[in-house]
Design a protein around this ligand. Structure first.
Ligand SMILES: Cc1cc2nc3c(=O)[nH]c(=O)nc-3n(C[C@H](O)[C@H](O)[C@H](O)COP(=O)(O)OP(=O)(O)OC[C@H]3O[C@@H](n4cnc5c(N)ncnc54)[C@H](O)[C@@H]3O)c2cc1C
Length: 390
């Protein structure tokens, strides 16, 4: 079988037999079931419940949950590959599933035995989770959040508003960040708890009508005197910032895998199109100006994917200090997804501007990857600062 440079790169990633079997099932599901529905969901903006059900039939949440709580854990590399494959087929569905990991990993890493025994089975059974940080006046500077956690006996009373929360309208569990009322210093006060669906006072105020990822739910939430059990607090009051930073390091490579899924889809569509489409009696790919562009895009994509697997190996190898690597990956993969999807539209000419071709959607879907989980300006600042002498 002919293998191109990307197939050869993929083949270098060391997955176990069990992981390969699961990845093959995810690829099949993505190609045969999820991809054909993506256009319809993009147009309707409906939440893709049948995709979520299909993912749960494969038991996919189990791959990041420890065995002791009913999961069947696999490597971080295998997780990233599943995010990339699902996102290549439908960026909304990829984001919905990846958000489960982003929101639940801190519970796995920082939760008590009792919390994990009680809450993780919700996810094993196919639950949805939401990472709930951003507020209307606290975006890039999340430490400016105002949501208040006030202790009251064996409860914590939560008041505040959150915005732009992925899975926000449908989540079973919300990993919710706020400030402990008894700690004065703003950053020291940041704390985190798990809020369960149906808690009185938790209201979905609106869902955004977005440029891309139209089938994913992005919700504004009101927290109006919600009473969460004190037993749902992760760590101690004031541990939130530490947990937030550790969690983002693990979710940013996943954001990159999402972006690279979108980029791969656009690259493959563009290559297929310019091999077919003829002008001036020649296929578009035969024009040297186009070959130069393709060479630049392909080389960038190969380098970025190689860095994805480098970061995955670091995480799977137990590295603790990989924040700069994760930032570089998120920034570079998302800028590249935007560039490749834009060039893919260009390579389709006028047809690329019309909804009959998938590249139109991919370009809209790619944009969010430069904005969320730290805008790329924030990542540039963080990477640059890492070289500043103390
Ligand atoms: C579809 C979608 C899904 C999302 N999902 C989630 C989610 O699940 N959970 C969650 O908590 N949040 C989520 N977010 C929020 C997202 O993480 C924020 O939108 C993002 O962090 C930026 O914050 P902001 O929108 O308030 O922009 P702002 O922080 O107001 O930034 C505006 C502009 O100023 C720039 N800027 C800000 N500060 C600096 C600086 N110091 N230096 C240079 N430039 C700067 C930014 O880069 C940006 O270009 C989501 C957002 C969207 C749109």
């Amino acid at each position: 079988m002919y293998m191109n440079v990307f197939d050869r790169l993929d083949a270098t990633v060391a997955f176990s037999d069990e992981e390969r079997m699961l990845i093959d099932s995810v690829r099949l599901l993505a190609r045969e079931t999820i991809m054909p529905r993506a256009e319809r969901y993009d147009r309707s903006g409906e939440f893709p419940w049948d995709n979520v059900r299909a993912i749960n039939e494969l038991g996919l949440n189990a791959m990041f949950i420890p065995e002791a709580y009913g999961g069947a854990p696999m490597s971080y590399a295998a997780y990233l590959e599943c995010v990339r494959e699902l996102s290549k087929a439908c960026a909304s569905t990829g984001a919905i599933w990846a958000t489960n990991f982003h929101a639940i990993k801190p519970l796995i890493d920082f939760g008590t035995e009792e919390q994990k025994q009680r809450l993780l089975p919700v996810m094993v059974k196919g639950g949805l989770a939401a990472l709930t940080i951003t507020e209307p006046t606290a975006g890039s500077d999340a430490t400016g959040m105002k949501t208040q956690f006030r202790p009251e006996g064996d409860r914590i009373v939560v008041n505040g508003t959150k915005t732009f929360i992925t899975n926000g309208a449908h989540a079973d569990l919300y990993l919710l960040f706020g400030k402990w009322s008894e700690i004065e210093d703003g950053k020291q006060a940041i704390s985190v708890l798990v809020l369960e669906k149906g808690t009185p006072g938790l209201k979905v105020v609106r869902e955004e009508d977005k440029m891309g990822l139209r089938a994913s739910s992005t919700a504004a939430l009101a927290l109006d005197g919600c009473r969460a059990p004190r037993a749902n607090l992760l760590g101690r009051p004031g541990d939130g910032l530490k947990i937030l930073l550790a969690s983002l390091n693990k979710s940013r490579p996943s954001i990159a895998a999402h972006a690279l899924g979108i980029a791969r889809a656009a690259f493959e569509d563009a290559v297929a199109y310019i091999n077919e489409r003829k002008q001036s009696g020649r296929r578009i790919i035969e024009f040297q100006g186009i070959q130069f562009l393709l060479a630049d895009l392909a080389a960038e994509l190969a380098m970025c994917e190689a860095w994805l697997w480098h970061v995955a190996r670091m995480v799977d190898g137990g590295a603790q200090d990989f924040g700069v690597e994760a930032s570089m990956l998120k920034m570079r993969a998302s800028d590249l997804a935007m560039r490749i999807t834009t060039e893919a539209v260009q390579l389709h000419g006028g047809y690329g501007y019309c909804k009959d071709y998938r590249v139109e959607r991919l370009m809209r879907d790619a944009k969010i990857t430069q904005i969320w989980e730290g805008t790329n300006q924030i990542h540039r600042q963080f990477i640059g600062r890492s070289f500043m002498k103390k």
